[in-house]
Design a protein around this ligand. Sequence first.
Ligand code: SF4
Ligand code: SF4
Length: 343
Amino acid sequence: MRQVELGRTGLRVSEVAFGGIPIQRLTDDEAVAVVRRCLDLGVTMLDTAHGYGSSEERIGRAIAGRRKGLVIATKSPAREAAPFREQMELSFRRLGVDHIDLFQFHNVSTAEDLEKVLAPGGPLDIAREAKAAGRIGHIGVTSHKLEMALQMVDSGLFETLMFPFNYISDEPARELIPLCRAKGVGFIAMKPMGGGLLEDATLSFKFLRQYEGVLPVVGIEQAAEIEEIVGIMEGDTAFTAAEEARLAEIIEFLGTRFCRRCDYCQPCPQGISISTVMTIKSFVRRMPPDRVFGEGMRATVARAETCIVCGECAARCPYGLPVPEMIAQNAQWYNEQMALHSA
Ligand code: SF4
Ligand code: SF4
């Protein structure tokens, strides 16, 4: 795979990075096999997090004896000194490494989060000590909030930024990515396939390939997924006319009301599976009718009708989606589809 520069870190990495969320769903051996298949195909950057369950340990197992030449990235969501230090040390142990190439502050999406990260003696100071000691190579940050991301990139305190970017969530293309370029901050595109909602890998990766200096990190669960992506990256990455038409069609279908399924809107006091109802149209389009209109899904969607419009979910949604309105519309749409199906 082609190698790209990660901002001004001096790191050169494969043009697609491995995202370590989905391997939590596998057995240990399956996870190790998937990671190794990625390495065999030329993936040299692996990203995980303290919060991704077994992911760090499984990556550690997979890279044992193959560490050289890899860029290992992980993150901690801790905002206080003691838990941050503990989580960082745990990451070293789980990954089985004495050097982590990129350590990121996970999901810094509010001013309070940032203040805690920057507090004297807090997470940033601890990460800097580890960097000075040669245990960490670089310090980065991840976020879902555009205004916070802009502020953090502008601050010059972080060497990389991980932020959602795909052909639906394309807001970063306007200001954030150019700012990263100007500041020499490596831009890592999280959710290049919309957290699994954008199914056509060709469209997703050809879209991202247009942006110089953008490194997609993609969650991989099966070897076939990375094999397909590598094939796309190694082929002609210009859009064909048919692909452009399909891209426009999908963008129109999903519009600006695109749920990233991040579940930051939870918990709902009524126990509504918000992200499921928010993305039900995609589910109905992709899955066989017996699953789509089966008892389990009917009950899940019916629960949306108990919404008391408290607004808590909308206040928590990092994308500002009008959640109560959308789940009501989606539940109604689902009921109509079900009626059509049973007719
Ligand atoms: S507005 Fe409805 S869906 Fe949102 S948190 Fe309140 S009850 Fe749950
Ligand atoms: S509604 Fe917003 S917060 Fe909830 S899953 Fe969707 S994008 Fe995430």
